[in-house]
Each structure stands twice: as structure tokens, then as C-alpha cells.
Ligand binder design. Sequence first.
Ligand code: UGA
Length: 437
Amino acid sequence: MRIAMIGTGYVGLVSGACLSEFGHNVVCIDKDAAKVEALRQGVIPIFEPGLEEVVGANARAGRLTFESAMAQAVSEAEAVFIAVGTPSRRGDGHADLSYVFAAAEELACHLRDYTVVITKSTVPVGTSHQVKQIIARARPDARFDVCSNPEFLREGSAIEDFRRPDRVIVGCDSDRARDVIREIYRPLYLHETPIVFTNPETSELIKYAANAFLATKITFINEIADLCEKVGADVQDVARGIGLDGRIGAKFLHAGPGFGGSCFPKDTLALLKTSQDHEAPARIVEAVVAVNEERKRRMAGKIEAAFGGVRGKTVAVLGLTFKPNTDDMRDAPSLAIVPQLQAAGATVRAYDPEGGKEARKLLDVTLCDSAYEALDGADGVVILTEWNEFRALDVARMKALLKHPLMVDLRNIYRPAHMAAEGFTYVSIGRAMAAPQ
Ligand code: UGA
């Protein structure tokens, strides 16, 4: 099948590359000509494990191409995906749909035969309907349907998530369009992936409800972690103990410094805006947003307390991205925590395996080339992101490099008893502090 993918951001590029791997002919379109040229040369603008290989292999096979103009690709496509950005609108938190609407307006001009237009960007309820109206107004003669097909991939494991999704959600009012979508995702039938067909409004809401629910789960366990610290309980065991209940499930119960990234913060705000617009209060999501914001700020205080104040001290920070296996710094807890430490008088030496380039634009810290370099001469170390390479650092070497054997582990990747035995003061989340033995 011939597919046009409008937008080569995170979702567009991963989806386009993976659909070409399914065997479809995919043209990825982006207005940014320099980006298109780089993609043609195999240069991938984001760090995502496996993406470069998938793009390279399918480009070489001739199934994946890149264009900066829409005309030809859209006119030849049976399906056109809109995968442009929907950032939070300044001021009110509503998703900014200007890129989606502009794409709809432009693609309308190039429609030729019957085409299914699919919104893959995360868009508020009612957007697919608006896209349909925009296209119909611009091209009253065009034969097309508009469907919603939200994406559930996670940064860092996006390729695997696309290849083996838990489910595919499709919001669609037309049988003909449903058949086209079935054909697009046919390779997934082999894995018996459930494909849920519903109406576009439901599909759009499923995306926001899923992200808001996951954000709620994280926020819930984070508050339980605070309680654990007060009563001498262990949040890891609590998470395991409740997660084994099949009705609750074990995933997304890892306590930490608060959720970040390009999706949960933006999508919870957008859901709140929609619920306000429709006078259907979403008080739980409201609390999740507020608790998470406050948590990120409070983490700096936790670090300061562990250091006995940070004025005049050097803090080594390991991990700056919002999660491992990405170079994405959007809404990362580090952006709230590091400046607060600096305002309290700390010097920060940081290391992140992939986030350095982005971090340089957003934070004024000394960026080091390795974890050990960041630790050298620091008064203590803070783990902000659970990159694999931080999980098994040489503890004796860390102790030798640090002025004081102090670790604040906001991702709980070390064991308190082990760190105490190694002579560290070890502070983590939702577990008793461990003192050196
Ligand atoms: C999230 C969803 O997981 C995807 O299903 C969705 O497609 C995506 O948003 C999106 O809307 O595009 P992502 O933002 O890449 O994916 O990352 P997650 O793995 O969900 O992590 C989000 C944040 O929650 C991170 O800051 C992470 O550290 C935090 N988190 C996650 C926890 O603190 N604890 C957990 O147990 C899980």
C-alpha cells in the first residue's frame, strides 16, 4: 500500500519507518528541507534505539523515502497519516492544533483518488471531525474519510512498541476506511494484536485517558513512597505487593522524582482543558498534575537535606533526560531540580549518556564525559535517570572519587543494605535511609 506520513518528528518517523518495514511504500514528508536531506543521508535527528537500522534498511530497499513537498506523495497515497506536533498552547494548556489544521488544509489540495486521512498526532476529542470539515471545505469534490489512530509508543522502546503493540485503536465511521486500516495493520494479525474499532471521538479520548491513567498510577505510588518513608515501609515491596494483584498490574508503579517527557505533562493538561470546556470535572487528573509539579520541586529539597545544605558544595548529577534511552529533555525532572540546587548555592557537574547536547541548551552545568568524571571531587552523587550504565557502577571507585560517600538515588537502582555495607550514606525514594556500616 502507498502511504504518506506528514511529519518526521518522533511519532511520524518511527511510524513511517515501521510501516515501511511491514512492506508498505511510505513517503515521510517534512517541511524542513534540511531535515529531509539529512534523513535521505541516513542521519536520524533523534536518539531512539533501533531506529537508524530500520530507516536504513527500508530506505535501501526503496520502501521508505523522504520529501519536503506533499503534492506527489499525497496524490498517490491510499492513506495519509498526519503526525505533526501538538504542543501545549501557551497560557491555557490546550493542545495547539495549528500544525494539524495546516497539514489538513494543504493535503486537501493534493487528494486525487479515494484516500483515508488518519490523525496519528495526539489530538483532543473532536479534532478528526474538524479535520474532515477542513478538507471538505477545501475540496468539496474529494473522496476521502478521516480516522483517528493514536500512537502508544514509548520513547526508548518505540520500535518494539510499534512492532508488538498491546493494541491498535482506530476511530472510524466508514466501512471502506476500516478496510484500508485493516490492510495497513495486517502484519500485526500474526501476533493476534487486538484492533479496536470505535468512533473517532472515543479513539481520541482513549489516548488521553490512557496517558492520564498511567500518570495517575505513577503519582499514586510516588505519594505512597512518601508515606513509606514516614512509617518505615519499603515502596518497592509495596509496589510488588499490590502489582501482583492482576486487577492493579505491576507496570508503572516505579516510584521516582515525578513523571516528565513530551507526553504525560502535556496530555494531562490538555485533558483537563477538555474536561473544563465540557464542564465534566476531572479532579483526579487535576490532583495528579499539581502533585507531580510539586514533587519535582520538592526533590531538590530532599537532595539539599541529604547533603546537609548544598551551599558551596559540588553535586554530581547522573542522568538529565526524562527517562533512559532517549536524548529527550522535555519536562525532565532535572530541569526543575538542577536550577534549584544551583539557586541554593551548589555547583553541579553532570553526565548523561545521550542528553548532553540538549542539556547544554537548557541547563548551565558542567557537562562531563563519564559518570566517574562527574563524581571526581564532588561532595556527593545524585541519580536522576536510571540509565543502564548507572546500575552497576564500581562503588569502591565512586567512594574514592567523592569527597563524601553520599548517594541520593531518585530511581531506586541500588540496594540500601549494599550501599551501607560499602560505606555510603544512601538516600532513595520510599525506603529507609541507609547509613554507612
Ligand atoms: C508515554 C506512554 O507510556 C506511551 O504509551 C505514549 O505513547 C507516549 O507517552 C505518548 O503519548 O506519546 P513516554 O513519555 O515515552 O511514553 O515515556 P514513559 O515510559 O511512559 O515515561 C513517562 C514518565 O513517567 C518518565 O518521566 C518516567 O520516568 C516516568 N515513570 C514511568 C515513572 O516515574 N515510573 C514508572 O513506573 C513509569
